[in-house]
Design a protein around this ligand. Structure first.
Ligand SMILES: [Fe+2]
Length: 269
């Protein structure tokens, strides 16, 4: 990493005789330069300086893929993947660049909307140099009319993240606290408006249930998912539909009935 411009900004006050540096000035400036470099190294290593830095499309895809491999290989905690993927979606690529990357213009022109629930569309990335052809993560775009929903559901054995591409949504997440034979015990964690560029994420351990209702039309969500995170869990990667309007328990918990896709769409689609 080049430190040149920042080093110059941190130079000490000019000497009394312009162009003539004394040994003491030289030493002082050397120490300041070293301190600058050391501070920068610290900032870089803690990722603070890089916050908000945009990546090229190639680098961005490569990083999304790398964290997918890491979480799938259990080298990265699922909660860390959630932080990293949301940072990548929100801060490391401009929304306009992401839209180009998935050819959103074509998606928007050709999307066939459904009267209930969300239409799922598979976008394609262009071939980019340095990006593996086979990516570990999957992707899709949800297209919705106003008032329609990605219906409430939890997930088994997967991690996924949303970024709103267009329109506004009422988004809700719940922690999956416990599983019962016919119910899931859930706890509300997020209940907010989501506009373009805003993200949320899911894993087996945090914010596992979500429900997004479109407040405008057309409304679009981009979704990234990594399947098969716990090969030993015995659970197939899948959605688990629930009805969040269940019995209210202590501590804000809800006993949400397990339902099927058809029931979820009849009630919330
Ligand atoms: Fe989901």
């Amino acid at each position: 990493m080049k430190h040149t411009s920042l080093e110059l900004e941190s130079e000490g006050p000019p000497t009394d005789l312009p162009g003539i540096s004394t040994r003491r000035d030289f030493t002082r400036r050397s120490v300041q330069a070293m301190l600058t470099i050391s501070l920068l190294d610290h900032l870089c290593s803690t990722n603070l300086l890089a916050a908000g830095a945009r990546l090229s499309a190639e680098k961005w895809l490569d990083e999304v893929n790398q964290i997918g491999l890491d979480v799938k290989g259990e080298k990265m905690k699922q909660t860390e993947w959630q932080v990293r993927i949301e940072d990548l979606l929100q801060n490391r690529i401009d929304l306009s660049q992401l839209l180009k990357l998935i050819d959103f213009e074509r998606i928007e022109k050709t999307a066939k909307f459904v009267d209930n629930g969300a239409r799922s569309i598979r976008p394609k990335f262009p071939k980019l140099e340095g990006v593996p052809e086979r990516l570990v993560f999957g992707k899709q775009v949800f297209a919705l009319r106003k008032g329609r929903s990605v219906v409430p559901h939890g997930h088994n054995n997967m991690a996924t993240a949303f970024i709103i591409l267009k329109g506004n949504f009422h988004g809700r997440h719940y922690d999956r606290v416990a599983d019962e034979k016919n119910h899931m015990i859930i706890k509300p964690t997020i209940d907010a408006k989501f506009g373009p560029g805003q993200t949320s994420s899911i894993s087996d351990v945090k914010d596992n249930v979500h429900w997004f209702k479109a407040e405008d039309e057309p409304a679009f969500i981009f979704n990234i998912h990594v399947f098969g995170l716990n090969p030993g869990s015995g659970k197939r990667t899948s959605r688990v539909y629930v009805d969040p309007a269940g019995e209210k328990l202590d501590d804000g918990l809800i006993r949400a009935r397990l339902i099927d896709s058809k029931q979820a769409h009849q009630r919330y689609g």
